[in-house]
Design a protein around this ligand. Structure first.
Ligand code: TRP
Length: 452
């Protein structure tokens, strides 16, 4: 692999912006809010916070240790540390590269919806939602095959364009512009929401312990909260390993981890405060499910003053957040290819983009009942939902488990200490990663399986 300067991050701000950009995405804005809604609010949020703090942060540090020590992608780093391609642990890396490919394929479909809402919002505004049925609108717009394929294609193309330019000239540059923009938009939405009557109800809903919804228990909500924490922090698939390989040895990975986790969690909570007050004020159903941001919010925008501005800002926010995540996914899978084949970076990025796009059509098909042949291939429940569940409940926890076992049992403590470069943190981190994290992940993984 070529090792020029473009392969490294230039500044600490760039590292944090890019890694937080990877973490902050549709998972925070779209996923967190609808899952908090369907899972009853407070308890889910508390378990999510617990998962971030006690499992997510150490797992993120684990990936930083692997990536910066191994100086490669999820597979290459493990091979480099092991000094052999035959280590059984590389399987975790392959799962990871597969996982970011699969997620990107359906992620670009959802980002495509956001793009089509943005375009339609810019042209027609949101006042139409005062009279039409927003659920029907969602079914109709997400079902327009031609439009959605174009939007999905544009989104994949944008992702390819950034990744083509490499870490420093592409990913770092764009993240440093987009992350502050994203933060400003979300803050504006929350500040506006402070004026809505539904604000305090939202605070109660999100932060007060709640009853579990009917049919759910601690054993179903905890796996959902942990899955959400992993997904939201981009863990368990080597995306952090891939960025960590580009982090200079002089940087402190402990503070970077803490800052990224803080930004990601803050944005998820702010997204809750950007979305629920509108839902509650408009008297809509918080437990509406995956369509929450797309079905419920436009109705709120139709009712609020400056709805045109806030509505379009929100969908712009979704697209921007999705893009800083999708570049990280593409980069992760791409690194595996570049490490194994003598491809030029630009050519490989484009080819991978084409494959991602076509594979994404299978997810697209689930929403386009007109395309009956594809429907036959993808089955009745929708390929997108199946991929989402498969990656979230199986591949991600498995990947996280393999990475932590690798660091806990396989890497030399001196190497870990060198990477952490802080005695107190090392003293806690090493036994924690060895004895606590794998067991926690396993228990939650298994209870999730049993409760299915
Ligand atoms: N964290 C992203 C979000 O919240 C989604 C995501 C999951 C991701 N895995 C990733 C992003 C890997 C980049 C790389 O939307």
């Amino acid at each position: 692999m070529t090792n020029n300067n473009n392969d490294k991050f230039k500044s600490k701000l760039g590292i944090v912006a890019a890694t937080a950009g990877s973490a902050v995405g549709l998972g925070n804005l779209w996923g967190f809010s609808y899952k908090a809604g369907t899972n009853g609010g407070g308890n889910f949020v508390l378990l999510y916070l617990f998962s971030v703090l006690f499992i997510g942060i150490p797992v993120m540090l684990t990936e930083f240790v692997i990536g910066r020590e191994g100086k490669g992608g999820p597979v290459g780093s493990i091979e480099n540390i092991e000094g052999s391609k035959k280590s059984p642990f590389v399987i975790g890396g392959y799962f990871g590269a597969l996982c970011t490919f699969l997620i990107l394929s359906f992620y670009s479909v959802i980002a495509g919806w956001s793009l089509s809402y943005l375009v339609d919002g810019l042209i027609h505004g949101f006042s139409q939602f005062a009279t039409i049925d927003s659920a029907e609108y969602f079914t109709s717009i997400s079902g327009q095959l031609g439009l959605q394929v174009v939007c999905q294609g544009i989104f994949v193309l944008l992702t390819v364009c950034v990744v083509m330019f490499g870490i420093q000239n592409g990913i770092e540059k764009i993240s440093k512009i987009m992350m502050p923009l994203l933060f400003a938009i979300i803050l504006l939405l929350v500040l506006y929401n402070l004026t809505l009557p539904g604000f305090s109800e939202s605070v109660d809903f999100l932060f007060m312990p709640s009853a579990f919804p009917e049919g759910e228990s601690f054993f179903t909500i905890f796996p959902a909260a942990l899955g959400q924490a992993f997904f939201s922090l981009s863990l368990g698939m080597g995306a952090i390993i891939t960025y960590a390989r580009a982090v200079d040895d002089s940087e402190n990975i402990n503070t970077i981890t803490a800052q990224v986790a803080f930004c990601d969690t803050l944005i998820a909570l702010l997204a809750g405060l950007a979305i629920f007050p509108i839902i509650f004020t408009a008297g809509l159903d918080a437990a509406a499910g995956p369509g929450l941001a797309f079905v419920a919010l436009p109705v709120g925008f139709a009712q609020m003053p400056f709805g045109y501005l806030f509505g379009n800002l929100f969908f712009l926010l979704l697209v921007v957040a999705a893009l800083t995540s999708s570049i990280s996914m593409l980069e992760n899978t791409l690194t595996l290819i570049l490490e194994n084949f003598k491809f030029n970076r630009r050519v490989a990025t484009m080819l991978l983009g084409v494959v991602v796009f076509f594979f994404g059509l299978l997810s697209q098909a689930g929403f386009n009942y007109s395309s009956s042949i594809l429907q036959l291939v993808t089955g009745a429940t929708g390929f997108l939902d199946q991929l989402d569940a498969f990656t979230m409940y199986y591949l991600i926890p498995l990947g996280a488990l393999i990475f932590t076992i690798f660091v806990g049992y396989r890497m030399k403590p001196e190497t870990i200490k060198k990477q952490i470069n802080n005695d107190t943190i090392s003293k806690i981190f090493i036994p924690y990663v060895k004895y606590i994290i794998p067991i926690l992940i396993l228990i939650i993984f298994i209870s999730g399986l049993l409760s299915k």
